[in-house]
Design a protein around this ligand. Structure first.
Ligand SMILES: Nc1nc2c(c(=O)[nH]1)N[C@H]1C(S)=C(S)[C@@H](COP(=O)(O)O)O[C@H]1N2
Ligand SMILES: [Mo]
Length: 434
């Protein structure tokens, strides 16, 4: 496109977006452009690019991949390497949330967190055992499990360590770095309660140990009320079988609960009366709260904090991005809650003085990511963008300071504070205090 065409197009867009400055009211932001309001464009005939002159590539790629022009969209390493290197050789990788176009995370971009790498499991050899306080012990092959009635549901998954960089100060530079240990898929599997019913739960059964078949043999205790609610023995992910990184051939999916409870490569369910107090729920994944910073003085352990509370992040414009100039934009982002549906997301472009309710993409589903949008016109002045989610229980995403007041600065897990992105007058966007 020539510079003139580009300017014309942008002027056309500007006329189409009526919102001005920092204050956004619903009527300003939603006004649909009538064709009459648009400046008439003198559009020159299109040039004929090389790809229009020749036969394109025929079928022959048995499993497709994104356009080579999208090769910057990658899972990346945490910390200083985000933005530089693709993920290799690490035990976790972050989803590029800033590149997501809707609520669903493509399988190749789902975040990864594994404690002993990704095992190469042959599904024909894989077994699931159910034992303990049940009427009959059961042993399943994958084929057996896939004969049960199954369901498909959209749910997010979030590591409870997601955004841990934000507790002491806002340090995550991009949505990927600050929030990328969260993803959302359309999962398919057998309701756990069906398999437990098949085994016959003892009336005193209160907790279930779930164990993985990886080198970490990761184990977590799942309370019976969660197990009998909406847990799945999942084998499908966005229309295909689970990816190895996500637990192929079988994982526990505990919707809305911290990622760690969602045992991958699931091979054993041991039904008991008490939590099993495994390494992963005593030494790790327990919050040690101390306001003095010295747990020996006033330390309190918050154990079994399963639910991931409501959270949101603006994914564009966001840290690491650059606005090419003033004028119209759409503010976009993701919101989710482990307690149910997102009721609303409010967006502020002035650091929290005024808020405007964003539009939510449909469908809005319980314990699923929800994509939000708000048209905005940048006036070229420095400003601070914030988003604040509310879920259907009425819970409102807190400010960072509220979290710190409640739990001190040495917490690691379950950070869900409001994220701020600073837009500078040259269009640069970076992170800062909310
Ligand atoms: N067997 C097993 N299950 C596991 C883990 C693991 O290392 N081994 N990591 C847990 C953690 S800490 C998280 S956050 C999620 C990550 O799931 P994902 O890699 O599919 O995103 O899996 C959980 N389940
Ligand atoms: Mo995790």
């Amino acid at each position: 496109m020539s510079e003139i065409d580009r300017r014309r197009l942008i002027r056309g867009l500007a006329a189409a977006t009526a919102a001005g400055g920092a204050a956004l009211t619903a009527s300003e932001t939603r006004a649909a452009p009538s064709p009459a309001e648009r400046e008439p464009l003198e559009v020159p005939p299109l040039t004929v690019p090389p790809w229009t002159r020749e036969q394109g590539r025929r079928t022959g790629v048995p499993y497709g991949s994104p356009s080579p022009y999208e090769d910057g969209v990658q899972r990346r390493l945490p910390g200083p390497l985000v933005g530089a290197a693709p993920t290799t050789g690490s035990n976790n990788s972050f989803t590029p949330l800033q590149d997501m176009q809707s609520m669903i995370t493509p399988n190749g971009l789902h975040y990864e967190r594994h404690h002993a790498g990704v095992p190469a499991i042959d599904p024909r050899e894989h077994r699931l055992v159910v034992h303990g306080m049940v009427e009959r012990d059961l042993l399943f092959t994958m084929e057996d499990l896939m004969r049960f009635p199954a369901v498909s549901r959209v749910h997010f998954l979030e590591c409870s360590g997601n955004s841990l960089s934000e507790w002491t100060a806002p340090t995550g530079r991009t949505p990927q770095e600050a929030h990328g240990l969260a993803s959302c898929s359309h999962w398919t599997g057998v309701p756990l309660r069906l398999v437990l019913a098949e085994a016959g739960l003892h009336p005193e059964a209160k907790w279930i140990l779930a164990e993985g078949a990886d080198g970490a043999a990761m184990t977590r205790s799942v309370p019976i009320h969660i197990a009998l609610d909406d847990c799945l023995l999942a084998y499908g992910q966005n229309g295909e079988r689970l990816r190895p990184e996500q637990g192929y051939p079988l994982r526990l999916l505990a919707p809305g609960c911290e990622g760690n409870l969602n045992i991958k490569w699931l091979r054993r369910l041991d039904v008991g009366t008490e939590p099993f107090q495994t390494n992963e729920e005593t030494r790790y994944y327990t919050d040690l709260i101390s306001k003095t910073g010295d747990p020996k003085v006033d330390g309190v352990a918050r154990q079994f904090t399963f639910v991931m509370e409501a959270k949101s992040v603006i994914t564009t414009p966001a840290g690491g991005q650059h606005l090419p100039g003033k004028g119209p934009y759409e503010i976009r982002g993701l919101a989710w809650s482990g307690r149910g549906k997102i009721r609303k997301v409010d967006v502020s472009v002035d650091g929290g003085r005024r808020w405007t309710t964003a539009t939510l993409d449909s469908p809005v589903l319980p314990k699923a990511m929800t994509f939000f949008r708000l048209p905005w016109r940048w006036d070229g002045q420095p400003c601070v963008l914030l988003s604040r989610a509310q879920d259907e229980t009425g819970y409102v995403q807190p400010w960072r300071q509220q979290l710190v007041d409640a739990r001190g600065e040495n917490s690691v897990y379950h950070y869900n504070g409001i994220q701020a992105w600073y837009v500078h007058d040259d269009g640069r966007v970076d992170h800062g205090d909310a």
